[in-house]
Design a protein. Structure first.
Length: 202
């Protein structure tokens, strides 16, 4: 399945606390903070769920903290959240593992803030935290010339129609290559102060 076809299938609890994305063959990946009583354990919340609803025992990707965002590109699963290690190796808040068996991949792009949202397309991984960063899928290197279209906590990301949509206290659209905001598209949700966009589906 192409990364641009990935859509959220459900989200449980508070924003970022439990998140799932479609995977191939009717299977899925679920991330959260289940399976641990604190963030010092080694069995953080990342599980591969089979089509019959059982947990895939062959999938072994442990984090020592919260998993709040995932994005699937081919057989690579990008994982974001609030953690320091994945499978015992140092990775801060962002990592890539095999979607087949969970082994850690060389991709390395540590993030200083909790990763709340991920989306991928066009050879790039878009990372939402207190801003949006664009990274090269293969290496994790920052995309040259990309500037975050928002400042402040990002609570939703989606790609579609040649745009990168970013949800925070507003919904904005940006050029996925540069991050430049489309000034003609700026949705003020006109809700109570502090309310946010939490889910985007394109």
């Amino acid at each position: 399945m192409d990364a641009d076809q990935l859509q959220p299938i459900h989200r449980l609890g508070k924003d970022g606390q439990d998140d799932a994305r479609r995977a191939h063959g009717g299977e899925g990946v679920v991330g959260g903070d289940f399976g641990q009583d604190d963030y010092r354990g080694t069995d953080g919340g990342l599980q591969h769920v089979l089509a019959d609803g059982s947990v895939d025992a062959a999938f072994d990707a442990g984090t020592d903290g919260l998993v709040s965002a995932v994005a699937l590109v081919g057989d690579t699963l990008y994982v974001g959240g609030l953690f320091d290690h994945v499978n015992g190796s140092a990775r801060t808040n962002l990592a890539a593992v095999s979607a087949v068996d969970g082994h850690l991949l060389p991709f390395h792009a540590d993030q200083s803030r909790r990763v709340s949202e991920l989306t991928a397309g066009g050879g790039r991984l878009y990372v939402g935290s207190d801003h949006v960063e664009a990274l090269e899928l293969a290496t994790g290197a920052p995309v040259a010339g990309f500037t975050s279209p928002v400042d402040g906590r990002v609570t939703a990301l989606a790609l579609g129609g040649g745009r990168l949509y970013v949800g925070s206290t507003r919904l904005v659209a940006a050029d996925p290559a540069t991050g430049a905001r489309d000034e003609g598209f700026d949705v003020d949700l006109d809700g109570p102060e502090g309310r946010r966009v939490h889910v985007l589906l394109y």
